[in-house]
Structures are given as C-alpha cells and as structure tokens.
Write a protein that binds this ligand. Structure first.
Ligand code: BEZ
Ligand code: FE
Length: 303
C-alpha cells in the first residue's frame, strides 16, 4: 500500500480527482484542494480546530432561510465577494461604473414605480432627498429604457426584509427616460450594522471588528445590449467609508449630498446625483453571471 503523508496527500487527492469530466469543475476543485491543504499545513491545523471550523460552517448553513443568507454574509465579511466582483469587472469589454456588493437584501419582487416617486412609506421630517442621475454607455451616450432597481435601509437601519418577510419598503424599480435619466425621492441613508446575531456576527466580534457598513444605496441596472451593473453609492462623509466591514465601498462610488442643486429635476430638496456608465455586453455576459442573488433564489438552485 502507498504511504500517505502530509507531504504526499495533496497529489494523491489530485490524482483521484483527475477523472472529473467538466474541465472548469476539475480546475476549480484541484486549485481549492491545493490551497486548502496548504492552509492546513501552514497553520498546523489540529483536529479540534477543524471540528470547530466544521461546527461554524454548519451553523452558517442552519441559519439560512429564504430571507437570510449567512453564506453571502460570510463571503462578504471575508472580502471574497468584493474580490469576485473585482475579477468580474476586469472581464468587462469596457470600463464602466465599478461593481459593488449586491448583499443579502436584494429582492426580485420590487414594485415598478413612476419617475419621481418616493420609495419610503414613511419619511421623517428633514430626511427627504432626491436621488437622480443618468445611465449612459462608457462614452456618455444616454441609455433610455434601462431598468434601475434601488434598495436601501429605512430610518431604523434595517431593510424591509429584516423587519418582516412580507413588507416592501425603501425599494423600487425605475425606468430611464429618453435622456437616460432616472429620478426618485428617498430618505437620507444611514450606516448600519450587518446582522450580528448569527455565526458570522460571532466571528466578526471575535475579530474585534465593528460590523458597520457606511451609509449607502444599492443599484441593479439592466439594459438590452449592456452588461448588468450591480453597484451602490456611498456617502463620502460616513466615518466607515474606509473600513466597511464587507469591503464594498470604494473610491469612485462615493457621493455627496448637495443641499442646493440647481440641476435637480425635483426642486427644493437636497439631492444625491449618481450617474452610471454601462459596459457593452459580451457573449459571455449574455450567458449570465449576476453578481449576487436574491436569498430566496439561492435556496431554489439545484445542487
Ligand atoms: C448590504 O449592503 O445590504 C449588505 C452587504 C453585505 C452584507 C450585509 C449587508
Ligand atoms: Fe446594504
């Protein structure tokens, strides 16, 4: 019988998996095994530590529901989602607006709203603002009829889906006009904590991290012939712009609130202007590859 040692086990596993017929699955699994083994060797992983890791991943899986995706949260807090988004951006045929995290609170079932609508059901005095901007191609040519899906937290710092699975608030889908313009009313977004009551929160606390995201508003923009854009705007004056717990905030996505904006399509309110540039779509983009997913859709995916 052959001798398996910490030095030879990796090659033995790779040899056995070499029969994998799907070439991409073969590549991904071989690389994952190499790095996992190297990780275990480097930290000299003990059996007790590995069981603790397995218990942690079991807890992450157990807490997932159609409205809560703890695995996305884990990927986000480890910077893996931001890394995968950055890799995705680098495959675009043109450099458009950068991607940011879709996060675990996107919902496919969002209401279609008329231009200028207020997306919040209740608006605290002094918090209302106008959110508008132009969707263009990378050369500034307006894209009309683009769908712009927007979602954010309410005054409590929670998304509607966290308050109740049935409530729909602080979200809506708009369509750009002939000049590529979208416009709506919303409320000033506030920074908030990611869900800290599960295993990922326990990990973040053990690492003495604050768990906060800077104030932001999410966007998912689609138009025929263009690569779907998943992004977010971030308020520049937020104290956590530089240390977002999920690494979503990045330079060119920071915006200011303008208290007096002569160009606003809706007068007499502070504004946030956020223009977005879309890259043309490639054949590979057409095959799919959304950056993130509605949590309920993940549970329906075949294994
Ligand atoms: C969010 O922005 O909605 C979000 C992203 C990652 C983790 C938690 C929340
Ligand atoms: Fe968010």
């Amino acid at each position: 019988m052959h001798e398996l040692t910490p030095e030879t086990i990796t090659d033995a596993v790779l040899d056995q998996m070499a029969t994998t017929s799907d070439p991409r699955l073969k590549e991904i699994m071989a690389c994952a095994v190499k790095h996992l083994h190297e990780f275990a060797r480097e930290v000299k992983l003990t059996p007790a530590e590995w069981i603790k890791g397995i218990a942690f991943m079991t807890a992450v899986g157990k807490i997932c529901t159609p409205a809560r995706q703890e695995f996305i949260l884990l990927s986000d807090t480890l910077g893996l989602s931001a890394l995968v988004n950055g890799l995705h951006d680098s495959t675009a045929m043109e450099e458009g607006t950068h991607t940011s995290l879709l996060g675990p609170f996107y919902r496919e079932a969002s209401p279609n709203l008329a231009a200028g609508s207020q997306i919040a059901k209740t608006v605290k005095p002094g918090t209302e603002l106008v959110l508008y901007g132009r969707v263009t191609d990378v050369n500034g040519k307006p894209i009309s009829n683009a769908t712009v899906s927007i979602w954010q937290t309410g005054a409590s710092g929670l998304y509607d889906i966290q308050e109740s699975a049935a409530s729909i608030d602080y979200r809506g889908v708009f369509t750009t006009d002939a000049n590529g313009l979208y416009q709506l009313r919303s409320v000033r977004p506030i920074g908030y904590s990611i869900p800290m009551d599960g295993p990922v929160g326990e990990m973040v606390r053990a690492q003495k991290r604050h768990g906060m995201r800077p104030a932001h508003i999410h966007f998912l923009v689609g138009a025929p012939g263009y690569r779907e854009l998943v992004t977010a705007l971030y308020l520049r004056d937020d104290p956590h712009l530089q240390d977002d717990v999920v690494f979503g905030s990045s330079g060119d996505l920071a915006v200011d609130i303008n208290p007096r904006d002569a160009e606003s399509p809706i007068p007499n309110l502070p504004t946030i202007r956020f223009d977005m540039r879309l890259s043309r779509e490639t054949a590979a983009d057409k095959a799919g590859g959304r950056v993130g997913a509605d949590p309920s859709a993940i549970l329906k995916q075949p294994a």
